[in-house]
Write a protein that binds this ligand. Sequence first.
Ligand SMILES: *[C@@H]1O[C@H](CO)[C@@H](O)[C@H](O)[C@H]1NC(C)=O
Ligand SMILES: *[C@@H]1O[C@H](CO)[C@@H](O)[C@H](O)[C@H]1NC(C)=O
Ligand SMILES: *[C@@H]1O[C@H](CO)[C@@H](O)[C@H](O)[C@H]1NC(C)=O
Length: 455
Amino acid sequence: MQLMTSCAAGAALLLLLHCCQIASIVGHESALTVVKNPDGREGGGADEETEVAVDEEDLEVVQPTEDWQTLKPGQAVPAGSHVRLNLQTGQREVRIGKEQLKYWTQEHRETEEIQSTISPDDLKWAMKKMKEELNPVRKETDRQLTDSVASKYRPLDELKRDLAQLDLLVETDVQIMKRLLDQFNSSNSTTEQRLSILLELEYLVHQVDNAQTLCSMGGLQLILEGLNSTDIRLQESSAFVLGSAVSSNPVVQVKAVESGALQTLLTVLATAQPLRVKKKVLFAVAALLRNFPYSQRHFLSHGGLQVLSELFKADGGGVLRTRIVTMLYDMISEKELISQAGLDLVLDASHEERVHQYSQVSLQGELLEKGWCSLVPQLLESTEHDYREKALRALLAMAPMCLDQYRLDSSLLGSLLSLRDQYQEMVQSEMIVGEENGYFAEIVELIHALQFKMK
Ligand SMILES: *[C@@H]1O[C@H](CO)[C@@H](O)[C@H](O)[C@H]1NC(C)=O
Ligand SMILES: *[C@@H]1O[C@H](CO)[C@@H](O)[C@H](O)[C@H]1NC(C)=O
Ligand SMILES: *[C@@H]1O[C@H](CO)[C@@H](O)[C@H](O)[C@H]1NC(C)=O
């Protein structure tokens, strides 16, 4: 199968680099390396040893933001910034890490307690000041503004000394994940620490490469153990990380299924109590199944629909019911789309392979067998318009296999009649306020389409 590429393959795409040390903090004992203060007035800098790091004419310091920005030749960034080389464009890119202040190198961990003395605001201000020192032209115009701001912060030199002590170095995403996983795996870590690690991982794995790196580092196994935890918060957060990691990431989907993620998820889904855990686990299951017939087949053969139907029956509120029905609808239409695509596209080998894989997913038969033709109509009893709409769409998608059962389902027939009246009435009032073709009209159309099929 095409998808069976190495987990690490994607990781090479973005080569993460150590930040350049221009305009940065160097050595533990040495002072901050900044461009010489042109007027010598600034904050008693005269008696502090400063040195010119780079020719000031050539240097433009970019202030990183949360988004990646491309660096032009000659531009520098403050130490602690996140710099990477985009191998596709050949450009260096920079952004400020949310993590920026948190990551020290191994050998300077012991200075971590200093962290509390530098607030992110202090740091931002310090960076701004450093930039100004490097851009003397702008300095005068900004002076008044910064002076008023300055009074709210500690003296720059004090900050510089603290920053110098910290010896901030850049950590790449790969290094960050390695450290997070080591901490997560350490028997010393508390549950609180593990939860915050999972939160950081969840943020990181949205990047396709990071998610793949996470599995090549053995992170998947740790996440699955987290899912198995007796602590529901760990279960919830682990499911969240797993779901985000497999979302739109075929390589990780494959790895996850190979690692037994589906069985673990289904077990948790069948046993977990709190709704919030079930929601996140369902999210992970849906992400694992999406566009991945291989896992859909596993899901069916491991009793996935059985687990979902227990969940559906037990869910009074309808939140889970709606998510389940939406998931089934997505699976049906996904398969449908693949088979329809064959009608008007030139068939290539990969398409045939996909059609073949989907043909092995006996979804329709299983839905029929497991009683979904009578379960999904129950969602129409919900009072939420959105839930009803989702139910109607799924009922239409399932109509080819369920039609006989629909026709015998007197409560479905009754629901459709009363919903039609209700929504038609609402459409009337929508028209009065001039909102034709609104949402309710759409629902009426869905009801009509279903009634038409059932005739
Ligand atoms: C756990 O913490 C103790 C001290 O609190 C330390 O001596 C020990 O090396 C730590 N163990 C691990 C596995 O990190
Ligand atoms: C977690 O720790 C165990 C030993 O304590 C080790 O065998 C395993 O490789 C570690 N896993 C990761 C992902 O670091
Ligand atoms: C989770 O627990 C089940 C049974 O309790 C076990 O079979 C499975 O191997 C566990 N998975 C992990 C990743 O620990």
